[in-house]
Write a protein that binds this ligand. Structure first.
Ligand code: SAM
Ligand code: SF4
Length: 331
C-alpha cells in the first residue's frame, strides 16, 4: 500500500475534517459576536465528497478521522453522514469534536455506530461565565451532555481553551472534576484564530504558565506516558480517577511527531493548522478528478508539509497574520 509520508519521514494517519463552517455558539476566542461570513451552501463539501476524500485517504494509510467544524451537529443529517462513514472498513476510529449543546439526543446512535472519542468543548463550569465566553446561555444543555456521555460507552475528553482572566480562575475546578470522574480534561493554549487576529490578553497563559499554576496547588502530580503523536502532555493527580493534559497549540512543541492533515468545510487541504491551505480538493473533484488522480495529489502535497507550525506560519502568502476563525478551519 502506498503511504502518505512527508519529507521529514512523518507518516500521515489522522485526518481532521470540518463538516461545516456554521456554528450555534459565538465563542469569543473563535469568532466575533456577529459571527463570521459563512459560505454559500454549495461551496461546502457534500457528504458524498467527504466520504470519497476520506476513503481515498484511508487507502493511503489514514486510519483515524476527527469530525469537527464549526459545530458538526449543526449540519443537517450529520448523523446520517456518520452512518455512511462507518461503512469505511479501513478506518479504526471516527472521533468528533463538538460543543455538545445539540447532541444529547444523538448519543445512543453515536454508541451504536461505535464512535470513538468525543471531545466536548467546555470552557467554564459556571453558567454565567460560560454564557459570557460563548455568548449563548446553553451551559445546562452542555453539562447535561457531559453527564450523559460520562455514563455512555463513548470515550470522553473535555477541551477548555485557557483564556487569561476569563477562565484561568477555574482551572483547578476542572482538575477537581477528575477526582471522581474518569475523564480527561485538556487545557488548550489560546491561539489568534478568532476571525480578527486580535485579542488583548493581560498574561500569556502558555504551557509553562498553566503547568506551574497547577503545580503550585498540587504536590502529587504524575506525568502519564502519551502516545507519540499525542497533541497533549498528560498528567494525573495521584488518587484521582481521571487525568488532565495541556495542548501546547500555540507554542507548538508537538510538531515533530505530527501525523495530521486537515480538510476544511470548503475542501481546502491543509498540511498544518498554521498554513493557509495548499490545495482545494473540492474544485479538483468537481472538475472530474478520478480516485487515482486524488491519490497522486495527496501523495504529492503531503511532501510539502512544513517541518513545524512556525515555518507554516512564516510561509503564508495571502494573509501573513493568522486571523481566520477556527470555525472555518476546523480546530
Ligand atoms: N464547535 C466545535 C467545538 O467547539 O468543539 C468544534 C469546532 S471548534 C473550532 C474545535 C476546537 O477548537 C474547540 O475545542 C475549540 O475550543 C478550539 N478553538 C477554537 N478557537 C480557538 C482558538 N482561538 N484557540 C484555541 N483553540 C480554539
Ligand atoms: Fe462554535 Fe466551536 Fe467556535 Fe465555539 S469554538 S464558536 S462552539 S466552532
Amino acid at each position: 500500500m502506498e503511504r502518505l509520508i512527508d519529507k521529514f519521514g512523518r507518516q500521515i494517519s489522522y485526518l481532521r475534517l470540518a463538516v461545516t463552517d456554521r456554528c450555534n455558539l459565538r465563542c469569543q476566542y473563535c469568532m466575533p459576536a456577529h459571527g463570521i461570513d459563512i459560505v454559500d451552501r454549495k461551496e461546502l463539501l457534500t457528504f458524498k465528497e467527504m466520504y470519497r476524500i476520506t476513503r481515498v485517504l484511508s487507502e493511503l494509510g489514514v486510519n483515524k478521522v476527527r469530525l469537527t467544524g464549526g459545530e458538526p451537529f449543526v449540519r443537517k443529517d450529520f448523523d446520517k453522514f456518520l452512518e455512511m462513514l462507518s461503512f469505511n472498513d479501513l478506518l479504526d476510529e471516527i472521533n468528533i469534536t463538538t460543543n455538545g449543546a445539540l447532541i444529547s439526543k444523538h448519543i445512543a446512535k453515536l454508541e451504536a455506530l461505535n464512535i470513538g472519542t468525543i471531545n466536548l468543548s467546555i470552557d467554564s463550569l459556571n453558567r454565567e461565565n460560560f454564557a459570557k465566553i460563548t455568548r449563548r446561555d446553553v451551559f445546562e444543555d452542555v453539562y447535561r451532555t457531559l453527564e450523559i456521555l460520562e455514563k455512555s460507552t463513548l470515550q470522553l475528553k473535555l477541551n477548555a481553551v485557557v483564556q487569561s482572566e476569563v477562565n484561568t480562575h477555574e482551572l483547578l475546578d476542572f482538575i477537581e472534576l477528575t477526582k471522581h470522574k474518569k475523564i480527561e480534561v485538556r487545557f488548550i493554549e489560546e491561539m489568534p484564530f478568532n476571525g480578527t487576529g486580535q485579542r488583548v490578553t493581560k498574561e500569556n497563559w502558555n504551557y509553562t504558565k498553566i503547568i506551574s499554576h497547577i503545580n503550585k496547588h498540587y504536590k502529587n502530580i504524575t506525568p502519564i506516558d502519551s502516545h507519540r503523536s499525542s497533541t497533549s502532555k498528560n498528567f494525573k493527580i495521584d488518587g484521582y480517577q481521571g487525568s488532565f493534559g495541556i495542548i501546547p497549540a500555540f507554542t507548538r512543541t508537538i510538531c515533530n511527531d505530527c501525523n495530521r492533515i486537515r480538510i476544511t468545510a470548503t475542501g481546502m487541504f491543509k498540511n498544518c493548522l498554521f498554513d493557509e491551505g495548499v490545495f482545494n480538493v473540492r474544485d479538483f473533484i468537481r472538475q472530474g478528478a478520478s480516485n487515482d488522480d486524488l491519490k497522486q495529489l495527496f501523495l504529492s502535497i503531503v511532501k510539502e508539509k512544513p517541518e513545524n507550525g512556525f515555518i507554516a506560519e512564516a510561509n503564508r502568502k495571502r494573509n501573513k497574520k493568522v486571523s481566520e476563525s477556527m470555525s472555518t478551519i476546523g480546530g
